[in-house]
Design a protein around this ligand. Structure first.
Ligand code: UDP
Length: 459
């Protein structure tokens, strides 16, 4: 082989080994994207991450990746998750130019070692047009469940059939087109202009259909019928090799400092005695709901570890809306933190249940540790995830009436001390076992990841 041929072979080997990733700057999206970056890096890919200034990932935790910041044009007022759909819409229009410039520069700088593709969050819908113009394939990662994505994809149909806008009197009615969903579970997102829900989700779905591939943080044994339906409705190469965080145990993608006193406090508790309560990084509640949560916890008489994120209660700083007498009533039985090392918490032997807003990351994290859930969804995909947890996988109980202290107290006791909770835990342990198997050599997630690696190299 002469030197020119050697160079050509070297370039072919290198081609396809460089990847560009573009996470959506929200905690629930950054986490799985960085986990994906770690997974692909371990497969021999080099990783460049394009990111906004808003919620930029902590680069010091990832010396193995290259980071490329772009301007997001957000003012201090814009940079808020109070109306998350408005934020998504704004980011998708503000980032077009900076992203295009950054991508064009990166593609020209490394002409001898080209990028195989862009892997972007599906919510960055504007990126399809940009990569088309630069002739770069785009693979999208969906950080939600397949079941909730299918529900979003069905919104236009559900609207046509008259399910939307939701009527209170119809809340408990079944959605015949999407069993086991009820009308109240349809994944609508609260926003200033309700019409934007259809616009934004419509764009996400359309640009998903134009992508060269789909990645899911899910696994076949959990969502087999939904993956089959997806293959029919979206005939695009699709790869589900979750749960991502099981490929790499430690999570360093947290945007906020994790209070380690959560673990020292848990160390002093009895096995499976504690209910862990966290509603994620975006969900909010009003003071009345917060007070119901507090009294529900107090009256359940169970030890609890509660994450009260500053901003959880609209319009307040932190714990001021706690009802009078609450702290005195619970004494040492409760521990409150602003943000926890959640994956470590869920893996702790003292944890017996997880009361969650049913985001997709916490749902998977709970399944991986075999912890039964109590679900109180706030909006969007959480509505669908919680219905599946309650009705399909039967690994948790949904608070069907919202935040009411009586139902909260009863449900905590059903999960933590009654026989029903033990049965739920048994099913959960079965799912946990499925997770372990699917990640092993020959398992569904293992194979799907191999499939993705080959696919990227073939692009
Ligand atoms: N998380 C955490 N500490 C907390 C609460 C959450 O580290 O106190 C992590 C959690 O493990 C999960 C992510 O933050 O991986 C939130 O993901 P989710 O899908 O709930 O998204 P969100 O609803 O917050 O956007």
């Amino acid at each position: 082989m002469n030197s020119q041929e050697k160079m050509k072979t070297l370039m072919q080997q290198k081609k396809g080994r460089r990847l560009l990733l573009f996470p959506l700057p929200l905690q629930g999206h950054i986490t799985p994207m960085l986990q994906l970056a770690n997974i692909l890096h371990s497969k021999g890919f080099s990783i460049t991450i394009i990111h906004t200034h808003f919620n930029s990932p902590n680069q010091f935790n990832y010396p193995q990746f290259t980071f490329e910041p772009i301007s997001d044009g957000l003012s201090e007022n814009d940079a808020s998750t109070i109306d998350v759909l408005a934020l998504i819409s704004l980011l998708n229009s503000n980032c077009v130019e900076p992203f295009r410039d950054c991508l064009a520069r990166l593609l020209s700088e490394v002409a001898e070692e080209p990028f195989a593709c862009l892997i972007t969050d599906a919510v960055w819908y504007f990126t399809q047009a940009v990569v088309d113009s630069l002739k770069l394939p785009r693979i999208v990662i969906h950080t939600t469940s397949v079941c909730s994505f299918l529900a979003f994809a069905a919104l236009p149909l559900l609207r046509e059939k008259g399910y939307l806008p939701k009527q209170d009197s119809e809340f408990e009615a079944p959605v015949l087109e999407l069993p086991p969903l009820k009308v109240k579970d349809i994944p609508i997102i609260k926003t200033r202009n309700p019409e934007d829900v259809y616009k934004v989700t419509g764009r996400i779905i359309r640009e998903t259909k134009s992508a060269s591939g789909l990645i899911w943080n899910s696994f076949r044994e959990l969502e087999q019928p939904e993956l089959a339906k997806l293959a029919q409705e979206f005939p695009i190469p699709s790869f589900s090799f979750g749960p991502f965080h099981k490929h790499f145990p430690a999570s360093s993608s947290s945007l906020q400092e994790q209070d380690q006193s959560s673990i020292s406090w848990l160390n002093s508790q009895a096995p499976k005695a504690v209910i862990y309560v966290s509603f994620g990084s975006v969900a909010t509640m009003d003071e009345t709901g917060f007070s119901e949560v507090a009294w529900g916890l107090a009256n359940s008489m169970q030890p609890f570890l509660w994450v009260v994120r500053p901003g959880l209660v609209s319009g307040s700083e932190w714990l001021e809306p706690l009802p009078n007498g609450f702290l005195e009533t619970v004494g040492g039985r409760g521990h409150i933190v602003k943000w926890s090392p959640q994956q470590k918490v869920l893996a702790h032997p003292a944890i017996g249940g997880f009361w969650t807003h049913s985001g997709w990351n916490p749902t998977l994290e709970s399944i991986c540790e075999g912890v039964p859930m109590i679900c109180s969804p706030d909006f969007g995909d959480q509505m669908v995830n919680s219905r599946y947890v309650n009705d399909v996988w039967k690994v948790g109980l949904k608070l069907e009436k919202g935040l009411k202290r009586g139902e909260i107290e009863r449900t905590i006791r059903r999960v933590m001390v009654e026989k029903e909770g033990e049965e739920i835990r048994q099913r959960m342990m079965g799912l946990k076992e499925e997770v372990n198997l699917c990640l092993k050599k020959g398992g569904s997630s293992y194979q799907s990841l191999e499939g993705l690696t080959d696919y990227i190299l073939s692009l």
